[in-house]
Design a protein around this ligand. Structure first.
Ligand SMILES: [Zn+2]
Length: 297
């Protein structure tokens, strides 16, 4: 048997679907052997953690937590006779630990377990790692949450923006992963989302991460400071307003994506407060009502 070179082709063949959201959901169902977390449980993240324990049992995975020193090394799934060892770095934060564990479960799809010693049947790739992150989000944030709450990035409004904070608290998954899960689940071709993080050291907002429309370029990841954007480009003041007002903001704004675009676009911004930090989530998209803003006028 030769290792398959293209991970995406491997997934499509294995799960017999071609759309990414379906591949993820089918992969989770495969990993969970068709089981689901207990929806009646009052404490959502504990229901998910119990479900994960069940999955570990099903695949005969032994969880081994070790101080692996390098903080960049989160975990590793290693086959053994009739099962696996899952090594986790014991120095992770609770949210990181849960994510790393769920990520490693994603790698199960890459093994043929009909062999006594599970056989890794793909060629390792960056795509596999991205896929495992998608699976991790899917395990930690089941699709039913978003179906039930009817929340997606295009219908965020002043009523349901608090749901983000609620989901974060109930499921112990970072706001960034909640946003990414929405991108995994729904094909938000025209929506870009920027997550700003308040830096306590210099009291300003910086771009923490983003999910973007392929047509756009968002500059200077991690280094771009909101104040610089406002001063140099006269734009993106909405996150600052959202931060100061501590509420939901909806407006048109002159949005700059790199040096090529300056358009009036619809943007929403709202804060998410965690115990440690404040984030501003800014969603940006073209609406039917506005065209390209002519910067020369
Ligand atoms: Zn991995």
């Amino acid at each position: 048997m030769t290792a398959l070179s293209n991970f995406d082709t491997y997934l499509k063949t294995k799960f017999k679907v071609s759309e990414t959201p379906l591949i993820i959901e089918n992969a989770i169902s495969y990993i969970a052997n068709g089981t689901q977390p207990d929806e009646t449980s009052n404490i959502k993240y504990i229901a998910i953690d119990n479900w994960i324990k069940q999955i570990l049992g099903f695949w005969a995975i032994e969880l081994i937590e070790e101080d692996l020193g390098n903080a960049k090394f989160h975990g590793k799934l290693v086959p053994k006779r009739n099962g696996f060892n899952l090594f986790l770095n014991s120095s992770l934060f609770p949210t990181q630990r849960r994510f790393a564990l769920a990520h490693e479960l994603g790698h199960l799809v890459s093994f043929d377990t009909t062999f006594e010693w599970p056989k890794y049947v793909v060629k390792h790739s960056w795509n596999e790692e991205l896929f495992c992150n998608q699976v991790a989000r899917g395990i930690l944030l089941p699709k039913i949450i978003f179906d039930t709450l009817n929340i997606n990035l295009q219908n965020v409004d002043s009523i349901n923006y608090t749901l983000f904070a609620q989901i974060w608290k109930e499921y112990l998954v970072s706001p960034l992963q909640i946003i990414r899960r929405l991108y995994d689940l729904y094909i938000n071709k025209n929506v870009s989302t920027i997550i700003w993080k308040h830096s306590k050291d210099d009291n300003c907002l910086r771009i923490f991460d983003y999910c973007k429309n392929n047509n756009y370029f968002i500059p200077l990841r991690k280094r771009k400071i909101l104040n610089d954007l406002i001063q140099q480009e006269g734009t993106n003041n909405l996150p600052q307003i959202a931060f100061n007002s501590n509420g939901f903001i909806k407006d048109y704004d002159l949005v700059s994506f790199g040096s090529f675009y300056k358009k009036r676009m619809m943007t929403y911004a709202f804060p998410i407060h965690t115990i440690m930090d404040t984030y501003i989530v800014q969603t940006i998209f073209d609406s039917d009502e506005n065209g390209v803003f002519d910067d020369s006028k």
